[in-house]
Design a protein around this ligand. Structure first.
Ligand code: ADP
Length: 464
């Protein structure tokens, strides 16, 4: 049983942009169910319903490089919210239409300093569990500015890397702006090819590290996947673990999902046909052709370039294709063009839509996830539970969660390899008995949070 303070930049249902929100929204409860005491600190973004929260700490002053930030702490259940309107009450979490906020280093430095104040005044943890570059300054502050502070003696740190592609890179001046000494600007500390790299500090100074699948923990130690940090990760490999994310089956369950038009289960699959027909009718697609779904951020990491590359070939096949996503303009436009060219075979929705994402999971026969790299990935796990057969690239968490019995995998990052995996899936789809066996196997796979929470519990004990 461990007392844990999580420091997370997003958590469902308060603020979300990606898989980290699902993790910080579900893992704490799963850890508590095992007897751990867990609280989570989040910034009080505009999306956080502070009116429903309890104000538990007034006037918490945070000094950063000579500037005072007046903050206060609110609470809803296990979640603490750091209120500082000038920093967090903004349109987006990390940026707006013009790009990332230029003061993100200040925003997350204040956040990490506040985490230490929470540990000092409100909830004293044994482990501070930080997530991504946004939380990575906690171990850095502890090992530098606060190295001699007896308040924090004995507190251990764990940093979880949800995506090594996002490192928190800033110009050199950022170092002093966040209250760190310029002497840390060298390759053995926070310097990274002329920039300050906040994630790198976390990698160097945390007591333990983990990422969100075993395969990704191996991959990031190679130059191909290491984004320039593979050397440090190799040096720290003895404290680097891989723990798969879980799925929240209270939200992702075809037997109870409130967003879908009909429910279904392994015992009775008939509702899945209704889900497919409803979605097909709504989008003007065929009710009969095999339906391939995609729900994704439209960025290079997700293999979006591969899907656009094979778009025309896909549209020529005997299938329908439905995509929900948002991201880079060029990809959004390419998919919209494809839908205009093939209105009866391709349907595209640009945006973030929770309800539709459930409806696509329930309706589709196959789910496409050809990621260039994938730390864990959640949609392929949800797909399994909905009997929607994943077609994935064998990388990171996709490789760890999908096997020959449940899905179709390909290795090479290229259009041909992807097309032949789709072809193999389509061929089996034409053999309904075989396909149903595959669906039932997929639906019986269990990636619930309990197993992951047990591994995190063990990891906390190991660090202590
Ligand atoms: P990542 O964190 O890299 O974006 P994950 O697969 O780990 O990828 O998690 C993505 C999460 O965000 C999933 O829960 C997925 O359903 C959701 N998601 C992504 N894009 C959309 C969208 N356009 N609409 C609704 N949900 C989305």
């Amino acid at each position: 049983m461990t007392k844990v303070l999580m420091v997370a930049p997003e958590a469902r249902p308060f603020a979300m942009t990606g898989g980290l929100a699902d993790v910080a929204g579900s893992l704490p409860a799963a850890l508590q169910a095992l007897g751990n005491e867990v609280n989570v600190l989040l910034p009080a973004y505009r999306s956080v319903p502070l009116a429903q929260a309890r104000r538990i700490y007034d006037d918490l002053p945070i000094w950063l490089a000579g500037t005072l930030y007046e903050t206060s702490i609110y609470q809803i259940g296990a979640y603490y919210f750091l209120d500082c309107p000038e920093l967090y009450d903004r349109e987006g979490l990390y940026g707006n239409a013009r790009g990332d906020y230029p003061d993100n280093h200040i925003r997350f430095a204040v956040f990490c300093r506040a985490a230490l104040e929470v540990a000092r005044r409100i909830f004293r943890p044994q482990v501070i569990h930080c997530h991504d570059w946004h939380g990575a300054l906690v171990p850095t502050f502890l090992r530098t500015i606060f190295a001699g502070d007896p308040t924090f003696a004995g507190i251990k740190t764990l940093l979880t890397i949800h995506n090594l592609g996002y490192q928190g890179l800033f110009p050199r001046e950022a170092l002093t702006e966040i209250g760190l000494d310029d002497s840390l600007f060298h390759p053995g500390a926070l310097e990274f090819f002329g920039h300050v790299n906040l994630l790198k500090g976390g990698l160097l100074y945390s007591d333990a590290l983990n990422t969100v699948s075993k395969r990704y923990a191996q991959e990031i130690q190679t130059p191909e996947y290491g984004f320039g940090l593979d050397g440090i990760l190799r040096e720290r490999s003895s404290v680097l673990a891989g723990i798969l994310n879980g799925a929240d089956y209270t939200t992702w369950n075809p037997e109870t999902d409130p967003y879908i038009p009909a429910h279904f289960s392994r015992e009775d699959l008939s509702g899945k046909r209704i889900c497919k027909e409803t979605l097909a009718d709504e989008f003007g697609l065929s009710r009969i052709r095999p339906l391939i779904g995609v729900i994704s951020r439209l960025v290079d990491q997700k293999g979006t370039d591969l899907i656009t590359k094979i778009g025309e070939s896909l549209a020529k096949k005997d299938l329908s294709f439905v995509l929900l996503g948002s991201g880079e303009r060029k990809y959004e436009q390419a998919f919209l063009n494809l839908a205009v060219a093939h209105p009866t075979k391709v349907a595209v929705r640009i945006g973030y839509d929770d309800r539709l994402s459930h409806q696509i999971e329930a309706a589709a026969d196959m789910f496409l996830m050809p990621s260039r790299y994938e730390p864990c990935g959640l949609n392929q796990i949800y797909s399994l539970r909905y009997g929607t057969i994943p077609i994935v690239r064998a990388t990171g968490g996709l490789d760890d969660t999908i096997d020959e019995d449940t899905g179709f995998k390909f290795e090479d990052y290229g259009g041909e390899a992807l097309l032949s995996a789709i072809q193999a899936a389509l061929a089996e789809y034409r053999k309904p008995e075989q396909w149903t066996v595959r669906m039932l196997r997929a639906m019986s796979r269990d990636f619930s949070w309990n197993a992951s929470a047990q591994e995190y519990s063990k990891l906390y004990c190991g660090i202590l």
